[in-house]
Ligand binder design. Structure first.
Ligand code: AHR
Length: 507
């Protein structure tokens, strides 16, 4: 099959916000305990942080991490997780029916974040709590000193403010499963009032209001509109959550979910703009896709609850295969092509709980298949996303009426003269010969790397004993000729190709 991909250096979607490569750590299952934190583990440091997970987190290239939930957030008392560890209360977590020891909390996360070299993204509880706790928590975290709560932080051993910039106003408040679920009216009001007091405590923060928990929610669309009608002027972002599934067990159908994500992003942006238009506002609300991933094999009640209120039970430990990795790669392309509105995104979650990293408590850590497209996109995703025109045959599926076989994005980095093509071949049977035209990006071009993620078995997985079954390889089928390049993509493959050229003009 032949296809074309055309870009021009002057046609730019947006500067790429690196926060698009975020992930998520929730107090759920073995994400914290047995994931990032496991005192006594052979690789644990003096703070009890697993060294192997820390290394893999860095290799993943995640830039910002959302914490502490998730559904957990809506029943969380931040005060339980600070101060001397032996004085912290043990609580029942009603989100996941687990016992929370609170041995890991805000300050431990901030210490871990510094070691992992990531930006923190925190949430405030708007389920059982409200504006008062939110402003107090923010004062504890971000105020310099000289007030009761900032001095309490110092007393706890953290002299300098944490200076946490990004805050989520609750989690999935539209969902009936949420602890203290709210209507759009109730949530819109509380989001507005919480945002106001939080900004008065620290005017430098960015705030995200909860959008819909997924695109199939019955309140989808009207939820976003009504919530923003209340808090448009006080928030910077609205959130989107989405989990992809292959219940139909058809890779061709499955590829259509990437188009649905693109539609979801554009629809939410349009709703934000409708609220803005009604107010005659020049402000644009940005999108925070702060929970997204493949999740369906473990999306049953028995995967989410273990009887007996256990500590850190195995919950939703989804094992990912080749086709899941292709979907994750495709979703990243969709986000990148919408980089003018999607400024933050969090692959949910980081470790064990629907995670790109898997561990054994007391044992090894390894990379799941979905680790690879994320790590590649983050490693090479620097600069500006160009408007690309992809021309290829397409097919029709139940998930989406028109699915082009070629799905791609192009990122240009004037800082080092590199241009990166990220491309998915959605044909299950045919290799694809893609002719790429990089107009105006320089003719004296050299190949930096060409990497492909492909496995002939779409159900192949990585395990503790065979951790590299699905892993990136070199693609030797790249030809460069001036501004043109020809790349051969294997069927059902995710590809990242970087070339470097002498910059033209003042690029
Ligand atoms: O990521 C797992 C859960 O999925 C989160 O806690 C919740 O926000 C979502 O429904």
């Amino acid at each position: 099959m032949n296809a074309k991909l055309i870009v021009d250096r002057d046609f730019v979607v947006s500067e790429l916000d690196r926060r698009i490569f975020g992930t998520f750590v929730e107090h759920m299952g073995r994400c914290v305990y047995g994931g990032i934190y496991e005192p006594g583990h052979a690789t644990a440091d003096e703070d009890g942080f697993r060294g192997d997970v820390l290394e893999l987190t860095k290799e993943l290239g995640t830039t910002i991490i959302r914490y502490p939930g998730g559904n957990f957030l809506s029943g969380y008392n931040w005060e339980d997780g600070v101060g001397p560890a032996d004085k912290r209360p043990v609580r029942r977590d009603l989100a996941w029916f687990s016992t929370e020891t609170n041995q890991f909390g805000t300050n431990e996360f901030m210490k871990w974040a510094a070691k992992a070299d990531i930006e923190p993204m925190f949430g405030v509880n708007l389920g059982t709590k409200g504006p008062d706790e939110a402003r107090q928590f923010l004062e504890y975290c971000n105020h310099e000193g000289g007030s009761a709560l900032s001095d309490l932080r110092k007393e706890h051993g953290y002299e300098k403010p944490h200076d946490i910039k990004f805050w989520c106003l609750g989690n999935e408040m539209d969902g009936p499963w949420q602890i203290c679920h709210k209507t759009a009216e109730e949530y819109g009001r509380v989001a507005l009032e919480t945002a106001k007091v939080m900004r008065w405590v620290d005017p430098t923060i960015q705030l995200a209001a909860c959008g819909s928990s997924h695109r199939n929610m019955p309140t989808y669309g009207s939820w976003e509109y009504q919530v923003l009608d209340h808090c448009y002027d006080e928030v910077d972002f609205i959130s989107l959550h989405t989990y992809f599934n292959n219940h139909a067990d058809s890779a061709a159908e499955y590829f259509g979910v990437i188009e649905l994500l693109d539609a979801f992003i554009k629809e939410v942006a349009a709703i934000c703009d409708a609220v803005g238009a009604k107010r005659r506002s020049h402000k644009k609300i940005m999108l925070s896709l702060d929970e997204w991933n493949v999740w369906y094999k473990t999306h049953k009640i028995e995967n989410m609850r273990v009887p007996g209120w256990p500590e850190a039970p195995k919950l939703i430990e989804e094992v990912y295969n080749t086709e899941d990795a292709l979907i994750v790669g495709g979703a990243l392309i969709a986000m990148l092509n919408n980089a003018d509105r999607v400024k933050v995104a969090c692959l949910a979650q980081l470790v064990n709980v629907i995670g790109p990293i898997m561990t054994e408590t007391g044992g090894d850590a390894w990379r799941q298949t979905i680790f690879h497209p994320f790590a590649l996109a983050s490693k090479y995703g620097h600069g500006r996303v160009l408007k690309s025109v992809a021309v290829s045959d397409s097919y029709s599926a139940k998930t989406f009426p028109e699915i082009p076989y070629l799905y791609a994005t192009v990122i240009d980095n004037p800082a080092d003269g590199t241009t990166t093509v990220i491309a998915l071949n959605r044909s299950l049977s045919d290799p694809m010969e893609v002719e790429v035209e990089l107009r105006g990006l320089g003719t004296d071009r050299e190949l930096v790397h060409a990497t492909e993620l492909h496995h002939s078995n779409l159900k192949a997985v990585n395990t503790k004993d065979a951790p590299n079954t699905v892993a990136p390889k070199v693609n030797n089928d790249v030809k460069i000729d001036g501004e043109r390049m020809t790349i051969r993509l294997k069927p059902a493959s995710f590809n990242v190709i970087t070339t470097r050229a002498t910059p033209v003009g003042n690029a």
